[in-house]
Design a protein around this ligand. Sequence first.
Ligand code: NGO
Length: 521
Amino acid sequence: MRQNFIVPALLILIMMVLPASCKKETLSDLSKESIIPKPVSVASTGDYFVLKHKCKIFVYGESDEMKQIGQYLAQKLKSLTGYEAEIKTASGEPWSGNIFLELSDVNEELGDEGYELTITKQLVKLTAVKPAGLYRGVQTIRQILTSDADTASKKNKIWKIATGTITDYPVYAYRGAMLDVSRHFFGVDDVKKVIDYLAFYKMNVLHLGLSNDQGWRIEIKSWPNLALHGGSTQVGGGKGGYYTQDQYADIVKYAQENYITIVPEIDMPGHTNAALASYPELNCDGKTPELYTGTEVGFSTLCTNKEITYKFIDDVIRELAAMTPGPYIHIGGDESHATKIEDYIPFVNRVQDIVAKHGKQVIGWDEIALSTLKPGSVAQYWADVANAKRAVSQGAKLLMSPAVKAYLDMQYDSTTPLGLHWAAYVEVDSAYIWDPLTLVEGLRKENIIGIEAALWTETLTNLDEIEYMVFPRLPGHAEIGWTPTAMREWDEYKLRLADHARHFKAMDINYYKSKKVPWAE
Ligand code: NGO
């Protein structure tokens, strides 16, 4: 009698346990990986590759750049798995157990940053037209491996990668973030951390706000007092700081190694109190104002009618252009309420010529569209639709940073302890649900170079606070810039984002645990 009862009970138990254990083993569907930005195409083949400790990274070709990407992958594999993958130069056909990196122009649709990742039971192969594409593809490998990483049981872990092919490339060429280092100053190490975060999400631009009313943050050798005096404080009256040209070069180099372009901004003619306080001759009345540590905007202006102002700008842009391998210099141009419009327009026109003379293209906030935009100048849309339309009607391109969606300093809701809310409260879903083409009517894809999420730092004083405002919104902005809008959907995205809690944990990122996301932790 008793035995009759035990057998069916055991059967029921086995049936209950079976689906769960089977599920655990189903690590063989590549399309189920939580990759952000979502790849353009994923074809799964239903098996898996096992990464073993003796796995090597084979690089086709002898170039230093290829070897560096191999080393970068090796370093990431080491920190994820503990394995020390040797880097070798490949010759002939790939063979079992290893990872292969190759440049090839067979698939031209990949463009400058696209990649193809093929995983078979035997090997992993990453191909791209350009090294930048390989670098972006390495981020996909990192995300797949980390999403499988359980640090507690890392030691005995079997590292599997589901088989299939990912073919992936971005919609927009410019996918960036802005960090305002002028309201509060952030040192080189903090900036490098931000670069790491951008790289992980395949973003390719870091725009640094290097000057504002509250601080001048870059050494200019021909006008040394800008940094020495203008950089000596910040919002709230702290000691501020600035980058020496050597430190700045270090940031630029680190960004380059991560295939990220630095866009430096010197805001003018408004937002210039720190410069005005450093040199009396830049003021119309010839007197220096006090340094400013509050958070008002729109009260300062360079004296647009003095020749010395243009000598100053020429020197600053010349030194900055020499430190900038990327194509753009950002000239600000926003909220110049203290500059008369009849002075503002010729000023912006002249500054565009100065930037062009030093071999660079201008980006400016959308107000610059009030002037005559030169070929190649880009207007960064942040608030004024009429300005955005003015820019497009002049044939200029837009960079999309709508404050209501892409300002990372906007509070998530009314309880957020940091940030501002003058534009909107921007919850993680709201930051994700928008299309760069529809906020300004009549835009076509060719009118836009891309998107940029902007972090202003009036209320932010350290990296922890930066992280709290940046995460979890930044991955969404990265996806908006990379993945076609038709492929994006919040209800599906939020599950992938939830899974990224593991990456945030692994990278020790302080993030806002929005209730809108079913976090994996
Ligand atoms: C505005 C203003 C900045 C502020 C920011 C705060 C622009 C382009 N100018 O955006 O000076 O810091 O809002 O959200």
